[in-house]
Ligand binder design. Structure first.
Ligand code: ZN
Length: 229
């Protein structure tokens, strides 16, 4: 799943390129991914990418192409603010904008494992498996701890760690350990700077102990049992 740094990287790139451009045509081979309906084609083809689903032709000769292997994404024309608010209402505050007070209140409400809470988009949005693991390592907190068990010092340390890893993620253009490419088709480089994510058996940068991998709520979870308590 793209997390905040990947989405932010693409947003910043697209902002410069497409804001103010006129949409001339939209075509797709997957009608359920576009609302309202647009011209349907048999197959959107691109020699460089098998997963192209939607092509938006823009003024100035630009094309915005949407690739999505699993067809979970969508494109929607929104004409009024009420509808936008309704969509955004399904998400918690953005991870880089939540205040320490809000963050504390969110954590105090639940005894679910802290990593699971961080990754729940309806609670806090923008953090997925990669940045949750790295932020918890930086804050020296065990991913399995019940969220409400964190004291105020740990909440503060975790919030600061989240901001730090998200900022690093944006600085390196996101993480391309799997399929992620930015708006211009380039890879990000945060995968070269993972703290614990995908580093099972390697040394923790805090204390030198080996990183362990466990499963938590069905997801591979990397942490250092020595310094994350
Ligand atoms: Zn450690």
């Amino acid at each position: 799943m793209p997390e905040l740094p990947e989405v932010e990287t693409i947003k910043l790139q697209l902002e410069k390129l497409i804001v103010g451009k006129e949409i001339l045509a939209i075509e797709t081979d997957t009608p359920k991914m576009v609302q309202p309906s647009v011209s349907i084609v048999q197959k959107v083809t691109d020699p460089k990418d098998d997963w192209q689903r939607i092509i938006v032709s823009l003024s100035g000769g630009l094309e915005l192409r949407f690739a999505d292997l699993r067809k979970f994404g969508w494109l929607k024309l929104i004409t009024d603010n009420t509808e936008l608010k309704k969509i955004l209402g399904g998400y918690g505050p953005e991870a880089d904008k939540v205040t320490l007070k809000e963050f504390g209140e969110i954590l105090a409400k639940t005894s679910r494992p802290i990593k699971v809470v961080l990754m729940d988009q309806a609670t806090i949005s923008g953090i997925g498996n990669i940045y949750a693991a790295d932020a918890l390592n930086l804050a020296k907190i065990d991913p399995r701890r019940p969220a409400k068990s964190l004291n105020s010092g740990e909440e503060k340390a975790l919030q600061e760690a989240i901001l730090k890893v998200l900022k690093l993620g944006i600085k390196f253009g996101g993480a391309s350990d799997q399929f992620y490419l930015d708006a211009l088709g380039a890879k990000g480089h945060y995968q070269d700077h993972f703290l614990v994510y995908n580093r099972q058996g390697e040394k923790c940068f805090n204390c030198g102990s080996p990183i362990k991998k466990i499963r938590l709520a069905g997801r591979g979870t990397y942490f250092c049992p020595e310094c994350q308590k």
